[in-house]
Design a protein around this ligand. Structure first.
Ligand code: SF4
Length: 310
């Protein structure tokens, strides 16, 4: 964790300017596959950073720019390109480590699905997490049981007050309201509980919502509802979410959609981004790229499990 923070801070200071300029000419839906830009020129993939490194630096710089604005003037969005996901689960592991998630708590999941008929079959992966809906039914359901348990922040993130979003009944009400199965109840268990080698890292505090939380001893977030918050504590510290910084495949992007110069704004201008289960009218802040037939077919296959429609 410290190594990554130090790396980003140091690398960002040294190479953001060059990296951002180079990444501007890169098409995120295809770059990294063939090594040429849309204009056919050689991409700066021969740099020590590599293409994804340049994208990460650009998103880091986008974040710093956004953090200089008042909170109500930034709107965070996530963009996912399922065509590039190989199902390595690095984002899932990074998320669990970052947020000290116990058994049964997985803010980030990567469901997989086979599509096609033999011999033309493929396997697709659909990274997903809380969609940070602009009209979040979970907030209404949770607050009806426990006022102040959940709330929508001005920057778009749906946040939790761990001291109020507590008890199975409160959490179940929000879980039922969420169309995306994004909320988990933390029962306080540890992965290595009852084994000959309990691991001290499981008792380490998390930094969610920029506070120090200890799951052990029945304290929140143990006994609370939990979900993705776009790594709000990292954003506050000037770092992009853990799942994004760990995704080496160029699948997940993050940034401020009100900034026309941000990488996410550029991607959403150039490519068709769709919201899952748009018919639910929760206005998700996560977009999935669906430019072509293959991408759209992938998403339709994913939705067969998610019981929704593109
Ligand atoms: Fe709430 Fe579910 Fe939307 Fe997240 S995805 S804001 S938990 S309704």
């Amino acid at each position: 964790m410290m190594k990554r923070r130090q790396f980003l801070a140091t690398a960002g200071a040294l190479t953001v300017a060059a990296g951002a300029a180079a990444a501007l000419d890169r098409d995120p839906t295809t770059a990294g596959m063939e090594g040429t830009s849309r204009a056919g020129t050689l991409l700066p993939s021969r740099t020590p950073m590599g293409p994804r490194g340049l994208e990460l630096l650009r998103m880091q710089e986008d974040l710093r720019r956004a953090l200089k604005k008042p909170v109500e003037q930034r709107k965070w969005v996530m963009v996912v390109n399922t065509k590039k996901c190989s199902g390595c689960f690095a984002c899932v592991v990074a998320c669990m480590a970052e947020n000290v998630a116990g058994p049964g708590v997985t803010y980030r999941t990567v469901p997989e699905q086979e599509m096609g008929d033999y011999p033309n079959v493929s396997r697709i992966f659909m990274p997903t997490n809380c969609m940070q809906c602009d009209d979040p039914p979970c907030v209404k359901a949770a607050n009806a049981k426990s006022p102040g348990a959940m709330f929508k922040r001005p920057d778009g993130i749906v946040a939790i007050d761990y001291t109020k979003f507590r008890g199975k009944k409160v959490v179940e009400a929000a879980q039922k309201a969420c169309p995306y199965t994004a909320i988990y109840y933390d029962d306080g268990k540890l992965w290595t509980e009852g084994t000959p080698a309990p691991q001290p890292y499981e008792a380490a505090p998390s930094s969610e919502y920029s506070q120090s939380w200890h799951r052990t001893g029945g304290e929140p977030p143990s006994g609370s509802g939990r979900k993705c918050h776009f790594c709000l504590h990292r954003l506050d510290a000037g770092m992009i979410p853990a799942c994004v910084s760990t995704c080496d495949g160029g699948v997940t992007y993050f940034g401020d959609e009100t900034d026309p110069h941000s990488l996410v704004s550029e991607i959403l201008r150039k490519h068709r981004g769709i919201q899952f289960k748009a018919d639910q009218e929760t206005e998700p802040r996560v977009y999935y790229l669906a430019d072509d037939t293959e991408a759209t077919d992938n998403l339709k296959t994913c939705l067969a499990c998610h019981q929704g429609g593109v």
